[in-house]
Design a protein around this ligand. Structure first.
Ligand SMILES: C[S@@+](CC[C@H](N)C(=O)[O-])C[C@H]1O[C@@H](n2cnc3c(N)ncnc32)[C@H](O)[C@@H]1O
Length: 255
């Protein structure tokens, strides 16, 4: 869903003629890795994640676009004090992964050490899960999505304390020079309604796990009606969805 925005973030990075060695930290299933591979066709990429399942999915996707020989997969825990050999990259990319780190100060110092002198670290963070429903929906529980987000914020304050951190300040503290910061507003509506519906369904399903005990019984029931793909209130049946969020990118240089 966010491919166009990812491409625009990558195009904005101050990386000169093009890095030859790129590392994607917390690559997930590789949306960023493959966008970087497309933008920098001469580069070799190392994609790191602690999830073997995500890495396997990335391996399949890289093979499908003929980029398997350029993408090295590394299963590793980035919270570990010692990382496996990730080479000497000129660009390190971390999208929606830095806030997962147990000790971001240490991770940022490790990235600083990893980068080639003069290299760039791009930190991309999303302002939480996107919003999908109109503010007055659904009819049986208007404003439900905002209440879900408020509950999730309370949950994340305990589970993911570094979500929403001031990455510019943390990057400077780790020795980087922050050359740029840019916030992109994402607002994607129809005509890709099917894809928006599937994205909304998977996001709200994941949110539900963290907020179940926080919602009122009426809100939980309304949420479950939206998530019931066989039911008449399924979110997949709605034609008024959009994807609304913000993404911020920091471009930080190792001197
Ligand atoms: C929200 S996903 C982002 C995936 C991808 N970068 C993207 O932008 O779509 C966060 C990823 O970070 C990975 N991750 C979280 N903690 C990690 C750790 N300590 N070491 C390695 N990977 C980690 C997760 O497995 C997950 O794939």
């Amino acid at each position: 869903m966010l491919a166009e925005h990812t491409a625009s973030v990558i195009a904005w990075l101050p990386v000169g003629p093009g890095p030859r060695r790129i590392v994607d930290l917390g690559c997930g299933t590789g949306a960023g890795t493959l966008a970087l591979a497309e933008r920098f066709p001469a580069a070799g990429l190392t994609a790191v994640d602690s999830s073997a399942v995500h890495l396997e999915r990335l391996r399949e996707k890289a093979a499908a676009i003929g980029a398997a020989d350029r993408v090295r997969l590394v299963e590793a825990d980035l919270d570990a004090p010692d990382w496996p050999d990730l080479g000497r990259p000129e660009l390190v990319w971390a999208s929606a992964s830095m806030h997962h780190m147990a000790d971001p100060d240490r991770t940022l110092r490790q990235v600083h050490e990893l980068l080639a002198p003069g290299g760039l670290f791009a930190v991309v963070e999303l302002a939480g899960f996107p919003r999908f429903l109109p503010g007055d929906a659904p009819a049986d529980a208007p404003g439900l999505e905002e209440r879900c987000h408020a509950a999730l914020d309370r949950h994340h304050a305990e589970q993911l304390p570094h979500r929403g951190a001031d990455w510019g300040t943390l990057l400077r503290k780790a020795g980087f020079t922050v050359e740029g910061e840019r916030t992109i507003t994402v607002d994607i509506a129809a005509p890709r309604a099917d894809a928006v519906g599937r994205y909304a369904l998977s996001s709200l399903r994941r949110m539900r796990g963290g907020i179940e005990s926080e919602l009122s019984p009426a809100d939980l029931a309304a949420l479950d009606r939206l998530l019931d793909t066989d039911g008449p209130h399924s979110i997949l049946r709605r034609d008024d969805l959009s994807v609304r969020t913000e993404r911020t990118v920091w471009a930080a240089r190792r001197a």
